[in-house]
Design a protein around this ligand. Structure first.
Ligand SMILES: [Zn+2]
Length: 159
């Protein structure tokens, strides 16, 4: 990689900082190889945190702050006292992986997939799911969750 991966901070109920950091590194390495790209620009830090999503409609969100910090927020099932069954844990890891793909997009300035598929731009749901960055993230999330998320899934199921 041309530039080093920014430092990663985590704030989750479970002690998963190392696993989340490793997952981010693995996904970024795969992403850069697959799309023959590299980290561009200056990024201060990547911050991952869980939130109690009981009142929200969104599962995860990745934003780029003015100072170059990339903020990732995901619904944390352990914060919401959900039963840690394999289904819940796999869903949570998939959401995290989806947001990590958005992190890769920010880090490499990749704009996602352009496809000539007609959709209704005035429809919020269609505009969201046909957004090039979302199409790429939804396409890769299950691959990366299966390929790199095993350690985090297994750890999460024990709680
Ligand atoms: Zn997304």
């Amino acid at each position: 990689m041309a530039k080093v991966v920014p430092p990663i901070s985590c704030a989750f109920v479970l002690d998963i900082d190392m696993l989340v950091t490793e997952l981010m590194h693995n996904i970024l390495e795969d992403y850069c190889k697959r799309f023959k790209t590299n980290i561009t620009g200056e990024h201060e830090r990547i911050v991952f945190c869980g939130f109690d999503g009981h009142n929200g409609s969104w599962k995860g969100m990745t934003t780029l702050a003015d100072n170059g910090t990339i903020h990732v927020q995901i619904q944390d099932p352990w914060l919401m006292n959900y039963d840690s069954n394999p289904f819940t844990v796999q869903f949570a890891v998939t959401v995290l992986v989806h947001e990590m793909i958005h992190v890769c997009q920010f880090l490499t300035n990749n704009k996602g997939f352009k496809a000539k598929i007609p959709f209704d731009k005035m429809d919020d749901d269609e505009a969201y799911y046909f957004d090039p960055t979302e199409m790429q993230a939804y396409m890769l999330e299950n691959l990366y969750m299966t390929k790199y998320g095993k350690a985090l899934r297994e750890y999460g199921q024990d709680f």
